[in-house]
Design a protein around this ligand. Structure first.
Ligand SMILES: Nc1ncnc2c1ncn2[C@@H]1O[C@H](COP(=O)(O)OP(=O)(O)O)[C@@H](O)[C@H]1O
Ligand SMILES: [Mg+2]
Length: 265
């Protein structure tokens, strides 16, 4: 069998007494698209930061292309990061730069492209995310969804092998959420890259994901194809899918007891 592009092995990470990830195991094959679901604060971003080598595991490891990230030399880590396009939760664009300059930034810094080639590549990337003709706009002139897409264009500029999306639709309206979901799907098909997408949006999760994982109390509860995931009888998974307040998902810590309005107890 081929080596997975990303392999997370018994990964544990705590901050002080707070255990965030506890023996998480995941692997993502070449060209595969994994979606990671989980409540706020369940360690999804911490997982991505371990993959990028921005955090060091307490135990276990992450391997990218068969190489253990936390054992890499600086040069190797740099090379690995160049293989990864990261789309942050908020687009994190440079506000003083135009859309063109934002997308061109990494190309100018990390490639030997001539200015004309940079221009061609920026246009190509913007077209791929449906933003042709926005080159001269500033981030302040863009809607939230457009900003996220500029972030995507910037992330794909250097032709990464891996794309990581951290909550790309959080804070967007339902229609824009759907647009972003489709852009991710298009990028997956057009570029054939290996992706991990963290999202709360179940509709796009099931469209994008070849497999779906759920992080809960530091553990990875399931990593399954969408149909199997939906049919998984685990009560935590079923509650998450229903988006329901009743069930084990919220029982840690227990919700406060409600008292009828106006009654003093
Ligand atoms: N650098 C850090 N130092 C201390 N605590 C952290 C740090 N990064 C994350 N955490 C904590 O780890 C938990 C998981 O965070 P995170 O992965 O960002 O959650 P999410 O699933 O919402 O992305 C949170 O309780 C957060 O406060
Ligand atoms: Mg997060």
């Amino acid at each position: 069998m081929s080596v997975p592009v990303i392999e997370v092995v018994n990964l544990s990470k705590a901050f002080g007494p707070k255990v965030v990830l506890s023996k998480v195991n995941l692997s993502v094959e070449l060209g595969e698209s994994l979606v990671v679901l989980g409540g706020s604060g369940s360690g999804k971003t911490v997982l991505l930061r371990n993959i990028m080598g921005l955090l060091r595991p307490d135990t276990g490891h992450v391997a990218v292309d068969g190489r253990i990230v936390h054992e890499m030399s600086r040069e190797e880590l740099f090379e690995t990061r160049m293989k990864i396009g990261m789309c942050f939760q908020m687009a994190a664009l440079f506000d003083s730069m135009t859309v063109f300059e934002n997308v061109a930034f990494a190309l100018r810094r990390h490639s030997h492209m001539k200015e004309k080639e940079v221009q061609g590549r920026v246009e190509e990337c913007l077209a791929m995310v449906g933003l042709k003709g926005t080159e001269q706009l500033k981030p302040a002139e863009l809607s939230g969804g457009m900003k996220r897409r500029v972030g995507f264009a910037r992330a794909i500029a250097l032709k990464p092998k891996i794309l990581l999306f951290d909550e790309p639709t959080t804070g967007l309206d339902p229609v824009m959420t759907d647009v972003i979901g489709r852009v991710i799907l298009d990028l997956k098909h057009e570029l054939g890259v290996t992706t991990i997408t963290i999202t709360h949006d179940l509709k796009s999760a099931f469209e994008i994901g070849d497999r779906i994982a759920l992080l809960f109390r530091g553990e990875c509860l399931a990593v399954q194809p969408p149909e199997e995931f939906k049919a998984n009888p685990d009560p935590v998974i079923q509650q998450f899918l229903r988006g329901d307040a009743d069930g084990p998902f919220l029982l840690d810590p227990p919700p406060p007891k409600r008292t009828p309005k106006g009654v003093n107890v």
